[in-house]
Design a protein around this ligand. Structure first.
Ligand code: NAD
Length: 487
């Protein structure tokens, strides 16, 4: 069987290389995290499939680059149209494969996936220019040239959303692409490949290979004939990729993990703060940006905890296909065990678990209850490590100086949330927080024009607007003298 049927569509389980479906002798098994349903045997690529995909992308590069932003934009807009037309199939597929909410895929995620493609296509056409400037009568002309073959490696927590943050700017910049999705969520990328074909994107411009990170992933990132590596995933994997990329000096963009602070100041609207705090359980806590360390001023801590408790106890955990469900399962048994391990060790250390702290036995399978750890010991692993599950820590603080020091006291710097009724007070805090994105009195507002990425170990580089093109393109300055050289 090389296809599986989901929501009335046939999804291919093979690689997509040079516009053709290619199978591997070996496969790996893909199951749904919702109930363990067998989804399919997926082609398990290695060195030869990596070589074939890079060769196909290399061969397609000159013509794709020569098409220019306008020519590419027509095809990319057609692709975005097809994503919108196939919203239902993509939504059901993603929910089956990674267990996140069907309603948010239908209403939020898949429309954003289409927007990721449109936005960068238009940005390449309309916004990629620099004021020409003069140097003693010579004109500096800055341009963003296609750079070659971009290898994109993505995680499982928001498969197509995160992949298209990379695919959009890479293709719009004129690069050709080899995408390797995470092995726990291979399906939406495969269906997406079919849409690129229908959109008329030439064979070889976009390729998808399936398999394990240590096999085909490491073959791709060590490949001498690639020009960019864009990776979203964990810090340990990023270190392995950086070492492999070093041999060829391949430029890397890294979007990595976090252990973000959420700070509730004494002057905060506590209903708003509680609402934002329970949002941190979104996607069963499998969100890199989550504010998992909640710092609350000691004078309002009891009232905040009461409001938080009311909202948290109303969270409905269940089948992500159900309209009323708020959070679903963990992605995979391996990940479930990892999350449970953190909580079990916290319990063994005597940390105070206020909510949850155990699997949801009523639902069984991979469902872990939303969990809150109160005032955990400073420096304990539940406070310092990224858990990537529905586990929040709540701590109190006395002064601004103290909370700033504790919030910044982490190896990560991805995001932060500040809740305050006083803009000046909030600014005093945000001015000195170290994070790629900070939200004040809100959460998860993401404009594609804005830079997105992490400080410290949360990443290297920024996505969004021209920042994306600075990475995927070769930025060039051509200095022209109109009347001979006048030094
Ligand atoms: P992971 O690092 O285990 O895997 C990510 C991808 O890398 C997968 O496709 C995997 O197959 C591949 N990979 C693994 N080893 C490889 C190797 N040696 N060479 C090449 N590729 C390899 O991460 P994960 O568990 O899939 O995702 C969770 C992590 O991703 C968390 O740390 C989370 O914070 C992070 N994340 C970050 C962002 C962000 O935007 N900053 C967004 C989502 C997730």
């Amino acid at each position: 069987m090389t296809t599986i049927s989901v929501a009335g569509a046939e999804i291919d389980t093979r690689h997509y290389i040079g516009g053709q479906r290619v199978s591997s002798a070996e496969t790996f098994t893909n199951t749904s995290p919702i109930d363990g349903t067998f989804l399919g045997e997926i082609s398990r690529g290695g060195q030869s499939e990596a070589d074939a995909a890079v060769a196909a992308a290399r061969a397609a590069f000159p013509a794709w680059a020569a098409l220019g932003p306008q020519g590419r934009g027509v095809l990319l807009h057609k692709l975005a149209d097809l994503i919108e037309e196939n919203n239902e199939t993509l939504s059901q597929l993603e929910t089956m494969d990674n267990g996140s909410l069907l309603r948010s895929h239908r209403r939020g995620v898949m429309p954003r996936v289409a927007m990721n493609i449109r936005f960068f296509a238009d940005w390449a056409i309309n916004e990629l220019h620099h004021e020409k400037f003069e140097t003693r009568g010579h004109t500096n002309n800055v341009s963003w040239d296609p750079s070659g073959v971009a290898v994109l490696i993505t995680p499982w927590n928001a498969p197509l959303m995160l992949a298209t943050w990379k695919i959009g700017p890479a293709l719009a910049a004129g690069d050709t692409v080899v995408l390797k999705p995470a092995e726990w969520t291979p399906l939406s990328a495969s269906f997406f490949a079919d849409l690129t074909k229908q959109a008329g994107i030439p064979d070889g411009v976009f390729n998808v290979v399936q398999g394990y990170g240590k096999e085909i992933g490491s073959a791709l990132v060590a490949h001498p004939d690639i020009n960019r590596i864009s990776f979203t995933g964990s810090v340990p994997t990023a270190k392995v990729i950086a070492r492999a990329a070093a041999d060829n000096l391949t430029p890397c963009s890294f979007e990595l993990g976090g252990k973000s602070p959420m700070i509730v100041l004494e002057d905060a609207d506590l209903d708003l703060a509680a609402e934002i705090a329970v949002e941190q359980y979104d996607n069963a806590g499998q969100v890199c940006l989550s504010g998992t360390r909640i710092f609350v001023h000691e004078n309002i801590a009891d009232e905040f905890a009461k409001k938080f408790g009311e909202k948290a106890s109303a969270i409905k955990q269940g089948d992500p296909r159900d309209e009323n469900t708020d959070i679903g399962p963990q992605i995979h048994q391996v990940h479930f065990d990892r999350v449970k391990g953190f909580v079990d060790r916290a319990k063994a250390e005597g940390q105070e678990i206020v909510w949850g702290g155990e699997p949801n036995d009523e639902l069984g399978g991979l469902f872990f209850k939303p969990t809150l750890v109160k005032n955990p010991t400073e420096g304990s692993e539940i406070v310092t490590s990224e858990i990537f599950g529905p586990v929040l820590c709540m701590m109190t603080f006395k002064t601004d100086e103290e909370v700033i020091e504790r919030a910044n006291g982490t190896e990560f710097g991805l995001a932060a949330v500040v809740v305050s009724g006083n803009q000046e007070h909030a600014k005093k805090i945000t001015d000195v927080l170290v994070a790629g994105t900070i939200w004040v009195n809100c959460f998860f507002v993401r404009d594609l024009r804005a830079p997105f990425g992490g400080s410290k170990k949360s990443g290297i580089g920024r996505d969004g607007g021209t920042w994306s093109f600075d990475f995927y393109a070769d930025v060039k300055n051509t200095v022209v003298s109109p009347n001979g050289w006048k030094e």
